[in-house]
Design a protein around this ligand. Structure first.
Ligand SMILES: Cc1cc2nc3c(=O)[nH]c(=O)nc-3n(C[C@H](O)[C@H](O)[C@H](O)COP(=O)(O)OP(=O)(O)OC[C@H]3O[C@@H](n4cnc5c(N)ncnc54)[C@H](O)[C@@H]3O)c2cc1C
Length: 306
């Protein structure tokens, strides 16, 4: 099978790496190799690749910025599709007060925010400092400081089991940290407000400052470990259990924010999972509140996730 996939990739001029360790493609810097790591650059090629993998029954996984992902130490038996090269921003419509941009899934949030700073577009400031791709933020309905990506996304180009559809998005399509429509996100149309460059800059700096003060942003993490349960903050519950700074091997519950796990250098996925289990059990025993992981898992067996 691998040979057949290799031939397909070569015929379609898709760059790939074999047995590539995934650690350096995730922000927490953990994870073993996948069989093939592939980097499609155009959406037509990506669609062809997805169809090929589905038709041949090949397991695959979509990777954005790897900023909310824990990959198994043993890696993943299958194809990982990195969307990092599927990038670009196009102006679709510009009016007096607003602008509509078409953004390819692999475009970095930082790239989009740089453009917003240059042009004075407002709406994305809350994600300043987040090392994600636009596709990943849509899939996860990324949010912070009372805002979420759902507030700016108008349309999404989705591939799902052979169908490629440009769909309008409405409120019902979103829930907390989740875009409900299934499939691979290829592009998103975002509606942003026109504002003053100085105002956008001030908001971005405020967000970066808040993050710097409250989150371990210079360390290797995958952002929030658990979703906030209704009426609570996961970080406060974990902190109240006295777990800030608790370590298992090379993984530590951040001393700065208890809902972050830091890779101190050579952490293993199984050490991170052990810390997650400990936090979850302690919070349940003390508060009878159930914590649900926000982070996504790749190659980790169901039995190891709780
Ligand atoms: C320092 C730091 C700060 C963070 N701050 C925030 C924050 O303020 N708010 C917040 O919500 N999150 C935050 N996060 C978490 C993370 O950045 C978000 O969840 C983000 O949306 C993940 O995007 P990504 O491109 O990195 O996706 P990945 O981590 O690569 O993938 C996440 C999931 O989305 C899927 N996926 C990715 N791209 C696509 C696509 N194109 N189509 C379909 N599925 C896809 C993957 O298969 C996976 O299941 C933070 C993380 C870090 C490291």
């Amino acid at each position: 099978m691998r040979q057949e996939i290799r031939e397909f990739l070569e015929e379609n001029k898709i760059f790939y790496l074999e047995n590539e360790p995934l650690a350096s493609y995730t922000t927490i810097k953990i994870g073993g190799p996948c069989d093939l790591l592939v980097f499609p650059k155009e959406k037509e090629v990506l669609v062809k690749l997805l169809e090929f993998l589905e038709n041949t029954g090949t397991p695959f996984y979509i990777l954005g910025g790897g900023s909310n992902l824990l990959v198994a130490d043993e890696g993943f038996k299958g194809v990982v599709i990195s969307l990092k090269r599927l990038k670009g921003i196009e102006f679709l419509n510009e009016e007096k007060d607003e602008v509509v941009l078409k953004v390819k899934a692999g475009t970095g949030v930082n790239k989009l925010i740089s453009l917003c700073l240059k042009k004075g577009f407002s709406g994305m400031e809350f994600l300043a400092g987040v090392p994600a791709t636009i596709g990943g933020t849509v899939r996860m309905n990324a949010g912070a400081f009372g805002r979420s990506i759902s507030q700016v996304v108008k349309k999404v180009l989705l591939y799902h089991r052979g169908d490629l559809v440009y769909c309008e998005v409405s409120e019902e399509d979103w829930s907390y940290r989740r875009f409900k429509k299934e499939g691979v996100i290829l592009e998103a149309e975002l509606k942003l407000e026109k504002s003053e460059k100085e105002v956008v800059k001030r908001k971005v700096l405020e967000v970066l400052n808040k993050r710097r003060l409250t989150q371990p942003i210079s360390k290797s993490t995958f952002g929030s470990v658990f979703k906030n349960p209704p009426c609570y903050y996961a970080g406060q519950l974990i902190e109240a259990c006295g777990l800030k700074g608790y370590k298992v091997g090379g993984a530590e519950i951040s001393k700065k924010h208890a809902n972050f796990i830091v890779n101190l250098g050579r952490a293993k996925a199984k050490e991170v999972l052990e810390l997650m289990k400990l936090a979850k059990t302690n919070v349940w025993e003390k508060f009878r509140v159930k914590l649900e992981p926000e982070v996504k898992f790749l190659g980790i067996k169901d039995g190891e996730i709780f």
